[in-house]
Design a protein around this ligand. Structure first.
Ligand code: CU
Length: 219
């Protein structure tokens, strides 16, 4: 009896070893795919976290999370559905261009941003709000479509800020255009994409290009 049990256990161990060996033979390609999938899922989670960090949790917690297109004219990709009408995006990537700049937009601002990205006329139907509490690592203060600093495009690095759009651009005339005036300023003035930048923390020091802002009167 004892011998039978021992033999039985022995054959089970052998069978187990064979099964494990077979599993291992197949484990590598499958494991690779699984690891790639897990890596992708982790990257998506990181993008969602980054997008959500652009606004207070009350807003971004239930916002739709959209990712930038892979190509300049591609479609935005939804990473997570939302319920509160806000849309958050991670930093602009290969398709978008510049630096760390996640943002959360309300409906009016989303429509405006869509028009801007498509180089179309903004709807101008209501005021709109956007949050960029992580700041913006770089944008031209004068050229809505600049992708890098030039000697005269007033490249500006912004700290945490809120952005506002208004249906009638003349309503922005009361505000200065200098990012370093110590308060709200108008970005992209003189274009149909003019909007108000409202710092909610100290602005980073002016870059060489941005320092020229106060003396630039060109529209
Ligand atoms: Cu901004």
């Amino acid at each position: 009896m004892r011998t039978t049990v021992v033999a039985l256990i022995g054959s089970l161990i052998v069978a187990g070893a064979v099964v494990r060996a077979q599993e291992q033979a197949h484990a590598n390609p499958a494991g690779k795919a699984a690891r790639a999938k897990a890596g992708e899922a982790a990257a998506v989670q990181a993008k969602i976290r980054e997008a959500r960090s652009a606004a207070p949790r009350d807003i971004s917690g239930n916002a739709t999370i959209m990712d930038w297109p892979d190509t300049p004219n591609g479609q935005m990709k939804q990473l997570r559905a939302g319920t509160n009408g806000w849309m958050c995006m991670p930093s602009t990537g290969a398709g978008g261009g510049v630096g760390a700049d996640p943002m959360c937009l309300d409906k009016a601002f989303s429509a405006w941003a869509g028009a801007w990205m498509g180089k179309k006329d903004p709807p101008a139907s209501s005021m709109g709000t956007a949050y960029m509490l992580r700041g913006d690592k770089g944008a031209s203060n004068t050229d809505p479509f600049a992708t890098g600093q030039t000697p005269d495009n007033q490249w500006v690095t912004s700290g945490p800020h809120v952005m506002m759009i208004v249906p009638d651009l003349s309503q922005l005339d009361a505000f200065p255009t200098d990012p370093h005036n110590g308060g709200p300023w108008v970005m992209w003035k003189g274009t149909k994409y003019a909007h108000l930048m409202v710092p909610v923390a100290a602005m980073p020091k002016a870059t060489t290009s941005a320092k020229r802002a106060p003396t630039t009167t060109k529209q």
